[in-house]
Design a binder for this molecule. Sequence first.
Ligand code: ADP
Ligand code: MG
Length: 731
Amino acid sequence: MSTLRFAALQAANGHRPENIHIAVPEERPATFFAQNVFTRERMQEYIADNILNQLFDAIDNGKPLSRDIANSVAIGMKKWATERGATHFTHWFQPLTGGTAEKHDAFIDKTPDGRVLEEFSGNVLYQQEPDASSFPNGGIRNTFEARGYSAWDPSSPAFIVGDTLCIPTIFVAYTGEALDYKTPLIRSVSALSKAAVEVCRLFDRNVSKVNVFLGWEQEYFLVDEALYQARPDLVLTGRTLMGHDSAKNQQLEDHYFGAIPERVLKFMTDLEIESLKLGVPVKTRHNEVAPNQFELAPVYEEVNLSSDHNLLVMSIMERVARRHHFRVLLHEKPFAGVNGSGKHCNWSMGTNTGVNLLAPGKNPYANLQFITFLVNILMAVHKHNGLLKASISSATNAHRLGANEAPPAIISVFLGKQITDVLDKLEKASADEGIVINAKKEMKLGVANIPEILLDNTDRNRTSPFAFTGNRFEFRAVGSSANCGGAMLALNAAVADQLITFKRDVDKLIEAGEPKERALFAVIKKNISACKAIRFDGNGYSDAWKDEARKRGLDCETSVPLIFDRYLAPDSVAIFKNTSVLTEAELQSRCEVKWETYAKKIQIESRVLGDLVMNHIVPVANRYQSILLDNIVKEKVAFGDEQYQRLASHEILIVKRIINHVDEIVQKVDDMTAARHTANRIESMRERAIAYHDNIVPLMDEIRAHADELEMIVDDEMWTLPKYRELLFTH
Ligand code: ADP
Ligand code: MG
């Protein structure tokens, strides 16, 4: 066997769970939960009482912090961190590249006379200037101002990783434009909260705040580290750019129901302990559909915090995996032909009075309120289905969407039979039937009983990209490597804008003399009809749905660079502007970054593929072909012209096939390189991304197909790259 592949398999087999020792705390999780977090309890311990109130106001209500307060907080935070062994601190932020960025500074500073002082003032807690020029900004800093700064987000608590105090921050240009995901996410939460409060107050005057919640489910693959290292495509792009299907992959779905392998279980335990110490309330873990694919989910939290926690867990995963000689693959589609990975985002809203606005209630008012929110969400998703698709689209997620195992590249909403029935009845009901007010002036929903418990409704539709699951919506189209913030801020803005419109429509009717309940009913009824096209409970994977969706006027674009145009469509610009989530300039810059990132990712993949086929595949194929030709020649000598034709016929056939595949590969790699050069000369990032999508991706697919055919022909002993069956079934 090729020495490279042999060594990798040997090493992988040596990675036994019994050789890996992790420190499992003896105490129960409640004892070490959030031990590395500067929690409220710790704040109370380390920060003076007169400061605390203002700090809590900033945390709970987004009130700005003064420098004085920041100074006092900094002193307390630093004391706590250094007592726990931290020597450095960093502003932890979320640039548009995805992932998180950090710049570490020591807690010490030099004085002008050369002494070293321990230094960490309110100023550095408050604001820092990372060398921002290297982060993508889509032109914002070039046109406005060259610098950006990071500033503390008090609503997400600081935490310690290793010897470093990490301070969650927003990242903005000096002129105020957001250069990250967190800033617009926070803006979207306040817009949605404000709009939702206005609507809630039609039902209950005690509502003064609405919280937005997120519970994510993170899917991922694990691959043995030695095998990973032997696959340059995994190392450089996070996915396999070639590889023939394993004879067995997920047909039996036995992995999904199977026991978690011991080595993986050890990794998961370690991961959970680390996550819990950092205050992430991880709860569920299980195998996923594909071999070596798994899922982790925490209990839901306020969306900004939950989104931070997701990013934190993604980085903890990568770190912990190494201790177990695994590499974690967060890519949406590491392996062709088996399931990809998503990040289901469970999203809901709740009031300060303890009501989940997405759960049916116990009385007619609560149910009318539930229907109000439900229908407004449907309206928002209907109006902005193209934008929501843009919010989850990327070069990597493109492999997952539209493939036959993931949400389709069309956004629709699954409601289930019960809710569908309720909406259908409301739509048909007259005003007198819909809202019944008896002699005692009590209101009843005349048309339908809304079952109290819809949770665990059995007809959950796994093919839907956006599904109602009883007390929340599950946005399933989000990619496993994405920052949740991107999808959440678009959804929040769309729903906030719709709630504002709804309230205005209802107010108009009330001013015209309609009783409140009737006004609500009238607008709801109108909206149910208006957004009917977004509701789809059937099979989202079917071709029939694509035709149907097009007829319904839903966005069916599949080219990612073109999908990004939806951000700049007039109705998208308008909702982001109305809700003050993003300005047009910010949207423009975000799109530039998205197009650029798209082009770069495909560029890297295309280069790696070119190298791999020319350096690994073609040489091996040629060597094998040469052995076959040798044999053919020998057969000719041994058996003479008459007989060798017959005896060597299968070898001749294989040689011809190899020649054909190699020819095609070499030709297409040349074409691909030329297409890249042409694309790279295009100035406009949008046009460049389109060129990569239209001209380079199809060539990559063709090259891959030939390489995968060769894998099936060439002697296994000679093949240098670990195969799918090895990558997917070693643990
Ligand atoms: P599934 O069957 O989809 O795997 P889980 O019970 O694992 O469902 O829950 C998935 C996620 O949904 C978890 O993160 C959970 O905390 C979250 N979740 C549950 N209720 C809500 C809610 N009301 N709002 C937001 N997220 C929720
Ligand atoms: Mg789920």
